[in-house]
Design a protein around this ligand. Structure first.
Ligand code: PDD
Length: 277
């Protein structure tokens, strides 16, 4: 008899629920997105849907209509009724018995969650500590893939050091990005962050941080930094959909500036938040 075992329960393989045969579990064979709302309004949904379409296309999952995904997001957001919400949606290649090469006609699975964003006022007013970790990820980090093991391990390492985020460093001693955030430095009126390559996620928040920077008179240089350069910057911050701009006040144990969120970071945050209303 072909069987499966779920915890201690034996189930004939033919009776397994599709969720246990999801290629996301076996292979991380899928992609995802996260959008958030500010006071009842979803921010940059179209940009996220476009990146989602790019991720789907990059891993050759076809036949999913982005208009349908948009309506599912909007409908569930409406039902949830959470004003500051975090909406994750995932698509996997589908469910079938484990096989690296999937059947051609597999139906993709869609899964979405909406939860309330926790209050991050403390992190934003006091700033956070970060620590570096080797970037062990694959060579297509521009795809928002469900394979996040290297990110998870880096974050665990950071947490063990009492840090909130891990900053990933590649084999050339250059910072790529955070385990789940974009990474920025400010020195001499200049905003610096890694250029968009296949080594980093094309962060949506990054686009708007750069725009906010321009509005407040900061020049932007898209060039990677070494950990040494980062630790000597006037100001550091991370940016992501769920946390927007979060100041970094300690980098690998070294105080940044006077150990308080920097003045440009504060101005930038105010400008960024003006886009969300
Ligand atoms: N992560 N880089 C990585 C590796 C990320 O996982 C994220 C976001 C970002 C920032 O991208 P954006 O500005 O589009 O959110 C950069 C989200 C929060 C997550 O996966 O949970």
């Amino acid at each position: 008899m072909q069987i499966a075992m779920i915890q201690d329960k034996i189930v004939p393989i033919t009776e397994l629920e599709p969720v246990y045969l999801d290629r996301g579990i076996f292979f991380g064979d899928g992609v995802y997105e996260v959008v958030r709302s500010y006071d009842g309004r979803i921010f940059t949904l179209e940009e996220h849907l476009q990146r989602f379409a790019n991720s789907l296309s990059a891993i050759e999952i076809s036949g999913l209509d982005i208009d349908r995904i948009r309506s599912r997001v909007l409908k569930s957001f409406d039902v949830a009724g959470i004003s500051n919400a975090r909406i994750y949606f995932h698509v996997t290649r589908g469910s079938e018995l484990r096989n690296h090469l999937s059947k051609a006609d597999l139906e993709p699975n869609f899964f979405l969650t909406i939860t309330e964003l926790e209050d991050n006022t403390q992190a934003k007013t006091k700033g956070i500590e970060v620590s570096t970790h080797p970037d062990w990820r694959w060579k297509r980090c521009d795809i928002k893939s469900l394979n996040l093991l290297a990110n998870v391990l880096a974050r665990r390492d950071a947490a063990a050091k009492g840090c909130t985020e891990a900053i990933l460093v590649d084999e050339d001693d250059l910072i790529t990005e955070g385990a789940s955030s974009a990474f920025f430095a400010i020195s001499d009126q200049t905003l610096r962050t890694a250029a968009l390559t296949a080594n980093i996620l094309p962060s949506i928040t990054r686009q708007f941080v750069i725009k906010a920077g321009k509005n407040i008179g900061l020049e932007t240089i898209e060039k990677t930094l070494t950990p040494q350069q980062a630790s000597e910057a006037d100001e550091l911050f991370i940016a992501s959909t769920t946390q927007d701009i979060t100041p970094v006040v300690k980098f690998d144990g070294k105080l940044i500036g006077d150990g308080k969120p920097g003045k440009h970071t504060k101005l930038l945050t105010r400008e960024f938040l003006s886009f969300t209303v």
